[in-house]
Design a protein around this ligand. Structure first.
Ligand code: SF4
Length: 373
């Protein structure tokens, strides 16, 4: 079901200099020994698991955590380790590095610029010091501007990740409009904030110090979409916008349910409906604890296909392909489809079903109404 026959390779760098207030991901502070142990084990894990691969790796995504917080020399070693298991790095279709602004240096940018098909994805999140503070981010706007100046001096494909629905904050749209005049971002991801268990932000919401993001409506999504559309971006996935030719190929492979293989603590791999999840803990992963195995049922795969395709706003769900993969769908499914189409949440043209502009706001409910539970 993937777009091509290749495989996406993900490397998780589990280090961050500090913890953001909303973050539920696994990460820890880097130390000299922990970075060294991490890189040594990563080299082994890549060798062990890539030896069995029979298909080419087409994209590499180095995410985190904050990959650039391990410093230039360690990043060079990380790239060397990945390069040593790929037959020809120059044939990669895309190589993405994530970075937070405060740890991106001129040296690191110069090094990244030597990699083939490089795209840098910067964790910016908000464009105002007060709002960055609400999120407990380490970088202030000065650091964001410095990092973007460095990045755009050497790289053409630079994207930004943003968070919508930040409690007590106005829409991101105005600040984003101003920013795009100065920095020609190639890609923008904008996800709504969700409150994660046991985070300082959850505590603040429970104590009533911050409004609950779940009560914030979807207007910001449309406002941000309009700003980006006016600047020439295509809204290609519910939370992702790209300039022409700049869609994220690695993530497209996820959305097309292609195979991917993940390395490092908390990294996930997927092939033929089998998910392997590495332990979300550096020590357990270093001790070679095997990944947790999950076998998706055909109903899980069907629901996932439906959800991921509807998230792709241009392509949408192809009913003929859906039935080829998951069998003839029930009358109940077609009744719900007709109801959502009549309500204006979905648009149907022949076999193609897409989320409408109105449906964007209710995407989760629309998808859930078509799921088999
Ligand atoms: S930088 Fe990213 S991974 Fe690290 S604490 Fe902040 S949100 Fe979490």
């Amino acid at each position: 079901m993937s777009q091509n026959n290749g495989i996406g390779l993900y490397v998780h760098v589990p280090f961050c200099l500090s913890k953001c207030d909303y973050c539920g991901f696994y990460s820890e502070m880097p130390g000299r020994h922990s970075i060294e142990d991490y890189l040594n084990r990563l080299a082994e894990e890549l060798r062990e698991r890539l030896e069995q691969l029979t298909r080419p790796v087409t994209t590499v995504f180095v995410g985190g955590g904050n990959p650039t917080c391990i410093g230039l020399e360690n990043l060079q070693r990380l790239v060397e380790i990945i390069g040593s298991v790929l037959p020809d790095m120059s044939r990669l279709e895309e190589w993405t590095f994530e970075s937070n602004p405060e740890t991106l240096s001129a040296d690191i940018v110069a090094f990244l610029a030597t990699l083939p098909a490089i795209r840098l994805s910067m964790g910016i999140q908000r464009l105002n010091d007060g709002e960055l503070k609400v999120l407990g981010r380490r970088a202030c706007m000065n650091a964001v501007y410095c990092a973007l100046d460095l990045a755009f001096a050497k790289l053409a494909n630079v994207g930004g990740d943003f968070i919508l629905g930040v409690p007590g904050c106005p829409s991101l749209a105005g600040d984003l409009h101003q920013m795009l005049k100065r920095y020609p971002l190639a890609h923008v991801s904008a996800y709504f904030l969700t409150i994660e268990e046991n985070t300082p932000m959850q505590k603040a919401v429970i104590q009533g110090l911050l409004p609950d993001p779940a009560d914030i409506g979807a207007d910001e999504l449309y406002e941000v979409r309009d700003v980006l559309a006016a600047a020439g971006f295509e809204h290609y996935e519910i939370s992702n916008h790209a300039r022409s030719g700049c869609r994220c190929r690695h993530n497209l492979n996820y959305w097309y349910q292609g195979d991917y293989i993940g390395f490092g603590p908390a990294a996930v791999s997927s092939s033929n409906g089998i998910r392997l999840a590495n332990p979300p803990d550096l020590r357990r992963w270093l001790a070679n604890e095997p990944p947790a195995v999950e076998k998706l049922s055909s109903i899980d795969r069907r629901n996932e296909h439906l959800m991921l395709r509807l998230r792709l706003l241009r392509e949408g769900l192809d009913l003929a392909e859906f039935e080829r993969g998951f069998g003839q769908q029930s009358d109940d499914f077609y009744e719900h489809l007709a109801r959502q189409t009549a309500a204006g949440n979905l648009q149907r043209e022949g076999d193609k079903v897409r989320l409408s502009d109105t449906g964007l706001r209710f995407a989760d409910e629309v998808m859930a109404s078509l799921f088999i539970m």
